[in-house]
Structures are given as C-alpha cells and as structure tokens.
Design a protein around this ligand. Sequence first.
Ligand SMILES: [Zn+2]
Length: 362
Amino acid sequence: MQPRDTCTRLIQKSGFVNYSISTNKNDYLSNYSDRDKKWDNHANNRDALSCRLFDIGNDRGNNELLKYSEKIDSCALTLQYKPQTNMQTGEVTIKLKKAFFCKKRTCPLCSWRRSMKNFWLIFTRIKEAVEKDKLVPLFLTLTVPNVEVDNLRDKSKDMTRAWNNLMKRKELKSIKGWVKTTEITYSQKYKNAHPHFHVILLVSSTYFKCDEYIKRDRWLQLWQQATNDPSITQVDIRRVKPRIENIDGKKVLDIYNNSTLPTNDGLMNAVLEVSKYATKSSDLLACDDNFLVGYINQIKGLRFIATGGALKDAMKEEHDNLINLNDDEDEDGEEEDDLITFNYIRPIHKYKRSRPTVSVSP
Ligand SMILES: [Zn+2]
C-alpha cells in the first residue's frame, strides 16, 4: 500500500500528531479480536486512497476530487464501542455503537462494512430458502469483454438490460430466486475494466433430473443472445454445496470477519463472492490515475446488487446502516458513559483507545 507519509496533504495539514506508544495491549483495537484487527488494514487503505485522490485532485486542480478525498479521509476516525458480556460464557466482547461513515462508493472502509452487511442479509435469506423451501443454490458467472473505463457506465446498463432479457426466457422458469452483483476488476495489462456478474440462483431440487436442467454451453448461448455479443466465451455455472447445518448466524459473521475462511462451505463462499465490494480496494490503489478518476465518475448512481424471485426482498432492509451489521437486538437505555472510544492514530496506523486524562493534584 502507498505509505501515508508520501501524501502531499500530510505536509500541508498535519493531524493526529500527538500520540504515545502504549504497552497496554487493551489500548489497541487490533488486540481485541480477529475481527477488530481488520479495522487497521482497512483504515490504512482508506488513507492511501484519500491521499491518492488528493494528490490527483491537486495536480489537476479538480475541486470535486479534493472534496471527495476529504470525505473519505474523515471516515470512521473515531469508533465507539459498548462492552458486552456473554451471560453463558462470561466472555467480554465489544460491539460498535457509534461511528461516522463517509458512505462513498470507493471508500475501502465503507466498502468493507457494506459487504459484511450484504453478506449477512443474503446469507440469512438463502440459508432459509435452502433449509425451509429445499431450494438448491447454483453459482453463475457471466462475463463480457473488457471495456475502457469511459464506457463502463454504458456497458453496465447494457449488462443489466441483457440480464433482464435473460430472466424473461421461459426456459429459465425453474429459477425460483436470484441475487446478482456486478464486480469490476482492473486489468493491469490493458489498463481497462473487466465487468462481470456473479449470481446465486435458487432452483427446485428436481431441477437436475428434469428437462429444465441447463448445461454450461446452453448458458453461454443464452448469454450471448441476451447481450447480442457472440464473442463472449466465459460463462461458468456450478452447483453450490452448502454445509450450513452446524453454523449459527453469529458464528457466520465472525467467520466472515476472520481472514481464514472455511473452504468447505460452498454456500458461504458463494455468498462471499456476491457480497464483496464491486471493485477491490487493492485494484483502486493499483490502477492508473485516469482509470481511478474515470471509475469514480462512471459508477455514480449505478446499482451493483439486485435480487429477484424468492429473494426479491432480501436487500430491502435498510442496508446503509454500517454500524449494526447483523440485526441483533439493540439494548435500550445505554449510557454514553458506557462507551469506550478508539481514535485512529495516523502515525502508527492503528486505532488506539482514548482514556480520560486523570488530573493529579500536586
Ligand atoms: Zn467511508
């Protein structure tokens, strides 16, 4: 990642320079749990991206970009948590209660939180459909040829139209529900964009035995027809093998927050794939300046996640709340005094606990 010290802004505007290294392990958010460790990494990416945007905005005299960078720069600098004790195990954990999120589409921190939120909403619904309605999940990937960044917006709209046409086909009536996301990867080689869809489809359990079954080559034909582009060669369809019987909701979210993901749960991996960020932060940090600026302009207002059929309402819940990710009960009447605060300390790239200053009488 680009070190923050290279950012011109740091020279112009220094913030958070007063800090001290603490030997108390509880002073650093990263020491609380594997999940909390991730904050530092994503905050470092936030800084790297906001610095890059600031430098580009400065070079080009682009005020809009400077404002955009400032917004990302201010994202989640302070986090306030409530300590919670598990009544059964006695284990004490902390739960995020207050933070300001910039909600910019490219912000690495907001993208991370949003993808966790999406994961939670989608996983819960699909798990229910699989367990109660006995539907079977399939994982479909649909690609189109790479496009220059300035054509990304038009291409995304074309792809959405093509998808809608595809879903109208009688041949696909066995699909009972779907969730579709757009992923855009950056091609280092061609300096352009590779947009594609990841889709989880739900079909009935008889799908594989009846004449409604659609082979991979037929999917390719259908997608070529829907896009009116016979040059497309990459389509992938596979069955998702869930092993969700032993996984309760909270565990799932914890697993997702960890860096080590289970490789044996097909459903979880499929949902991870559809809930991740539209474009990885690492791509946005590695792409060239023109791509980055073009990308920000092109994706404005575009929706990258859509659902249909039995999953139609899966994303209806308010998913812009990036504080509470998994709908668990919020205790009422909590006092502000109960909250513990962590501030992001830029020179050490860590969230550090803020402790009240105790004044000592002489
Ligand atoms: Zn943000």
